[in-house]
Every structure is written in C-alpha cells, then in structure tokens.
Design a protein around this ligand. Structure first.
Ligand code: ZN
Length: 324
C-alpha cells in the first residue's frame, strides 16, 4: 500500500508541474501552434512557440506565465522576435515573450537608460537572479508587432535553461484558462509520391516505388483559423508504421523545416498550408516510429492516419493505396 500511495503522489506532482503555467494573455485563444512552418525572416524555420491572440490590439498586458526572474531583455524593433522579455523559472525552464510594443514599468528605467546610451539598435541585456523578479500574472510588457509580426499578438515560448531545446508551451499551460472556442482536427489534401489529391474518407489512391511516400495537409481548425497539429500516426492495416510527435524542437533544427514539411508547404501573411511528410530518411527528432521499409513490395495497403492536436482533439482518416 505504501508504494502505491507514493506512485499516486508522484503522478499528481508531475501533472501539477506541467500545468502550473498560465496563459500570458487573459481570456485569449491560440492563433498559431508550436512547430508550424514559417518563411518569414531570412530563412524558412519552425515556429518555436505558441501565439496568443491580443484581439489584434497593441498595448494589451502580457503577463508572466509563472514566478521567475528577468533573465534577458532584447530591445529590438526589427529582427524576428522584436522587443522580447525572457524569464527564468525555478523549475529550470525559461519563458519568452516576443513582439512587445512596450516593456513593463518595472524595467522602464533600464530600457530608457540603454536606449539613450546605445541609440536605436538591437540591445541584448542579461540579468542575474536577484536583479528583477516577476510573480505569476504580473505584467512583463505590452502586446505589439515588433519583429516579424504582421499583426499585434503575443508570441510565447518555453525553452530549457541552456536554450538548446524549445518545448510546446501548451504542454505547460493550464488550458482551462483559455477562452473556450470551437475546434477539431482535419485533413484537407493528401500527397502520394508527389501527386496531390483532395482527401476523401475511404478513397483509393495509387502509389509507386518500394513503399508509398505520403504527405498530409493537416490542421487543427480553431475558431476558423487553421493551425498546426501535434502528432501523426500512420497505420498499414493495424500496424503502426510511422509516428511523429511535435513536442520538442532541438534549436539546431530551427532552420530545417523541410525535413518535416513537404515542399508544397506555403506560408504568407494571408495563407498557411502545412503538408507533413510521413516518411523520412534522416534522423528527425520528431520521429518515434519508422517501419515503412518493413512494408516493401506490397501491392496494396489499407491506410489509417490518426491526427492529434495539442488540445487533445483526435481524428482518424482512412484510405486505400494500390500500386499503380
Ligand atoms: Zn509566434
């Protein structure tokens, strides 16, 4: 009995640790998810955080997701991140708040001093643990569109202490504090060996080659916005043959979005079309299972693709493949 109660205690503790962060914007909803494709800036990259709506407004308070100390300020109207605040938390993770129009009153003095000293250029300052402390919910700055943001919103990231990895912020945040909105997962189109088709449940498509190379245009549909998904599983009959989970980005991979995304992927200020490649020959960190080469030389497959988003919505999308 003793062992049993210790296990239960640990489970409760872990759940607490990973949902103890609050959303950085009150009564907000998510407008972009972790690891979506981005072609803004100088080079295509992954979106290494989550975007929270500030209802297209600048000047909305952006709040500390957890207790922590100010680790870094980046004063920068341009670049990708714009004006940015970085907090270090006791659990070892950092939280990052980008595209701010203004910093908190608490840091105004330092910011003004730095700007008068160095002028309008990118200024990055690191702080010690006892310099400036923020408690959970305290304002760290105000929403804006500095950096690559085309509309005002709050870009929020979680990284480890050394900033070697970024993590899905929605694995940390208490999602019950978000504005309730309609959502679900969907597949729009599928690509087989480079040829694109509108996805039809139970449809029959042809393939060639040793095994079918499938890409899916999949989304989390949230309040009519199309966002990225979190997990894709591919089954041939009932066997799991390919599995990706997008919960962690080693920062070394930041500029390698085409390892995950098919070349048909497009991102402009008006359009987002994300095609996930469901085959890989490289050692992608997201791939949890890759047994496609065990399924060579079959003439047909009953395929089922299971999509899960970061909110826990799941959908299953069946179709058939026959060798053409
Ligand atoms: Zn963002």
């Amino acid at each position: 009995m003793r062992g049993y109660s210790i296990v239960v205690f640990l489970v409760v503790l872990c759940t607490f640790v990973f949902s103890s962060y609050i959303p950085p914007v009150d009564n907000s909803y998510v407008t972009a998810t972790f690891l979506e494709f981005r072609s803004t800036g100088n080079t295509p990259h992954y979106h290494s955080g989550t975007d929270f709506s500030t209802f297209l407004k600048e000047g909305i308070p952006v709040k500390a997701a957890n207790n922590g100390y100010l680790a870094r300020l980046e004063i920068d109207e341009g670049g990708i991140y714009g004006n940015t605040v970085v907090l270090q938390h006791d659990d070892g993770y950092k939280s990052i708040y980008a595209h701010l129009s203004k910093f908190a009153e608490k840091t105004d003095k330092i910011v003004n001093m730095l700007i008068s000293e160095f002028g309008k250029q990118r200024i990055v300052v690191e702080f010690q643990s006892d310099d400036i402390v923020f408690s959970q919910g305290e304002v760290i700055g105000y929403s804006g569109k500095t950096g690559e943001a085309s509309q005002a919103h709050a870009h929020f990231e979680i990284r480890d202490r050394e900033e070697k990895n970024a993590y899905d912020p929605l694995d940390f945040i208490d999602k019950s504090l978000l504005r309730p909105v309609q959502m679900g997962v969907m597949i729009k189109n599928i690509v087989i060996d480079g040829k694109e088709y509108a996805y039809q449940p139970g449809g029959v498509y042809t393939f060639s080659g040793d095994f079918p190379k499938i890409s899916v245009e999949a989304y989390t549909e949230l309040a009519k916005n199309l966002l990225g998904v979190k997990e894709v599983k591919v089954y041939f009959s009932d066997n799991l043959v390919y599995h990706i989970i997008l919960d962690r980005l080693p920062m070394d991979y930041w500029q390698k979005p085409y390892d995950l995304y098919d070349e048909k992927t497009v991102m402009t200020s008006l359009i987002y079309r994300g095609y996930y490649k469901l085959y890989s020959s490289s050692d992608l960190p997201f791939v949890k299972a890759n047994k496609l080469s065990d399924y060579n030389y079959s003439s047909q497959y009953s395929v089922s693709i299971e999509i899960r988003d970061t909110f826990g919505n799941v959908g299953t999308f069946p179709f058939k493949l026959v060798r053409g």
